[in-house]
Design a protein around this ligand. Sequence first.
Ligand code: ADP
Ligand code: MG
Length: 486
Amino acid sequence: MAELLTGASGDWEMVIGLEVHAQINCEAKLFSGAPTTFGAEPNTQVSLVDAAMPGMLPVLNEAAVREAVRTGLALNAQINRRSIFARKNYFYPDLPFGYQITQYEAPIVGEGEIEIDLPDGEVKRIGIERLHLEQDAGKSIHDQHPTKSYIDLNRAGVPLMEIVSRPDMRSSAEAGAYVEKLRAILRFVESCDGNMQEGSLRVDANVSVRRPGDELGTRCEIKNVNSIRFLKLAIEYEARRQIEIIEEGGTIDQETRLFDPNRGETRSMRSKEDAHDYRYFPDPDLLPLDLDDAFIEDLRTSLPELPDHRKQRLVGDYGLSPYDAGILVGEKETTDYFETVAAGRDAKLAANWVTSDLFGRLNKSGIAISESPVSAEAMGGLIDLLAEGTISGRIAKDVFDNMFETGKDAAAIIEEKGLKQISDTGELETIIAAVIERGSNQVKQFRGGNEKVLGWFVGQVMKETQGKANPQTVNEILRRKLAEKT
Ligand code: ADP
Ligand code: MG
C-alpha cells in the first residue's frame, strides 16, 4: 500500500517511525518500592528515592525486567544478555534528580519486528530497533492556579518500556495499524494495559517526507499523542505541512512538535536536542544488568499465545477470513469472548454477531467488551435460538437490542414479548389464505408469470405476524397455494 501524497510539484512519500512509551504493568516503581496505582492523590506514592533525596540509592525492580524481556520475546526481538542503565541529564521541575535513568547504548532488547494487518488484507513487517527500560518523570500541572505550577511526583520513577520502530511506515493507516498491533501484543502478554487515555501508552511520531526513492528527509517528532485517531490526524497534517514548506523552497527544521486536537494542527514546541545535549553516561549507582539464558528461556516457554498465532488459529479452527480474525484478535478480551460464543456453534455466524452487532453497539455507547451488558454466554444463547428457528433473523436483531439495553437473556425477552417465530403451518395457512383472498390482482400477476409479486405476499404475511413468520415456511405454503387451481 504505497500511498503517495500529491503536492503542487509531484508525488511525495511520507516516512514514519514511532517511539512508544508503554507503562509496565507492575506494582512498584523501577528503582523504588513506591506503588504505581493510577489516579492516587498527588504526591502520595513517592518514596525518598523517587524524590531524589540525598544519599538514596536505586534498587532495580526485577518484575519490570521480566516484563521487558517477555515483551521483547513477543516482538521476536534479540534479548541482550547485558544491558546498562545510563543517566540522561536535563533540567525540569518534575524531574528532581536532574536526570532520567534510562538505557542508552546498551538496551535490554535489540532488533525485532512485528507484522501489521492493513485494511486491504496485506500484511507488512515493521522493524523494531530496540526496547529499553527507563523511568517516567513526574507531572507538572499548570492549569490549577493562575500564577503557580504544581508538581505531582506520583509518576516519577514509574517503569516504562520505550519501544522504538524503524522508519518503516509509509502512511498514517500503517502507523495506526502498528500501534494497534503493538497494543494487542502488550495486552496479550499483559506487560502493559495499553490504556492511551490514562497515558499508559504514549506515542511519539517521527514524520518526514521525500520524493519516492530518495534518501530520508529531515524529520519532525510529534510528542505524546494519546489516541490512534489523533495520531493519524497529526501525521497527515504534519506531512502536508512539510510538503508545503519544501515546495515553497524552504527546508524542514528538525524539531519537536505538539499536536493540538482542537485545531487539528501540529505546532512547534522546541528545536530537537541531540544526544550529546543530554550528556549520557552509565549510572554509577547501578550495576550492568546481566541476564542468564535460563531466566530468558523460562520466560520464553511461559509466554501466552500471541495475537498472530491466535489469528491463524481462528482462521484454521473456525474458518474465519483473515480479516475477521484480525479484527477479533485486536484485543484479548474480544478473542476470548468470540471463542466462548463460537464453541459448538456456526463460527461465521458467531463472528458476524460479535464483529458487527456487538462491536457496533459497544462502540456507539463507548463501552468496553469487558463491561458488555450481553455476556458471551447470552450471545451464544441468542444464536442458538436463531439457529433452531425459534426466532427469525430480523427478530433476533430486535432481541439483541433489547438484551443490550436490559441485560436480560434472549429466551426471557422472547417469552416476555411473545416473539417466537411462527412455524406452525396451520396458523400460517390461515393467514396466507386470507392474504391470497385479498390479493386477487397479485394472484393474477403471479399466475401470469410475474415471480416478483411473491415478495408482496411474503411482505403481507410478515406484516400480519409482526415479522414472526418463518420465511421459509411462508414461501413453501405460498407457492403451493398459488399453484392450486381455484
Ligand atoms: P531520537 O531518540 O533522538 O528521537 P532515534 O534515532 O532513536 O532518535 O529515532 C527515533 C525515531 O525516529 C525512530 O522511530 C526512527 O524510526 C525514526 N526516524 C529516524 N529517521 C527518520 C526519518 N527521516 N523520518 C521519519 N522517521 C525517522
Ligand atoms: Mg525521540
